[in-house]
Design a protein. Structure first.
Length: 197
């Protein structure tokens, strides 16, 4: 499969930093509640397309659309209210170990295109019969429904294990009023940054 390496906007070609680590950095920036929407958008552009992308303000909105499409591997993401069972940053060691055990790929020593990485991540071993990589064992534990356990001792033991591997809450919690104020400020400065970032 031929994975994308460039995007073009207004006749300008921007090279994509295709290694999966850049996409993980973009994910981290997108979820960072300590920075504003405008800074978040610029951080994603700079990380994914390099500093050159910041030189052409008129390209920002289209570059953000293309960044989103690229980071979603060319697919539309479904809006879901389900709690995530994995985080690229928090679970990085599990991911590295799982790629090594399932594919004999040492991600610490190898560059890999984000789309290939994402495809292989989805194919990691996951079996109820025990043949399961460490990442998916952790994800399965996070998703395990304690209601299925009748024995109180066993339920408590599994609850403690779930607590040990639980994800930290990293979602942004800016109020609608704060977001609206930020958007108005950026519009007043002449920027038209989309709200999804």
């Amino acid at each position: 499969m031929d994975y994308p390496k460039y995007v073009e906007v207004n006749g300008r070609k921007y090279k994509i930093n295709t290694d999966f680590r850049y996409a993980i950095k973009c994910n981290k920036i997108a979820n960072d509640e300590t920075i504003g929407d405008f800074e978040r958008a610029l951080g994603i552009l700079c990380t994914l397309f390099g500093e050159e992308s910041l030189n052409h303000q008129e390209d920002y909105n289209r570059l953000l659309e293309l960044a989103k499409k690229y980071l979603c591997c060319g697919k539309e993401l479904e809006n879901t209210k389900e709690e995530p069972d994995m985080d690229y940053v928090e679970d990085y060691d599990y991911i590295i170990t799982s790629f090594q055990s399932d594919y004999s790929i040492n991600l610490d020593e190898e560059e890999m295109h984000w789309w290939k990485f994402y495809k292989l991540l989805g194919g990691l071993s996951n079996s109820e019969l025990g043949n399961c990589c460490i990442l998916n064992r952790v994800r399965n534990l996070r998703n395990f429904d304690l209601k299925n356990i009748k024995d109180e001792k066993e339920r408590q033991k599994i609850k403690e294990a779930k607590d040990r591997v639980a994800l930290k809450k990293t979602k942004r919690q800016a109020s609608d009023k704060q977001q609206e104020s930020a958007i108005k400020l950026y519009e007043a400065l002449g920027y038209n940054i989309r709200r999804e970032w």
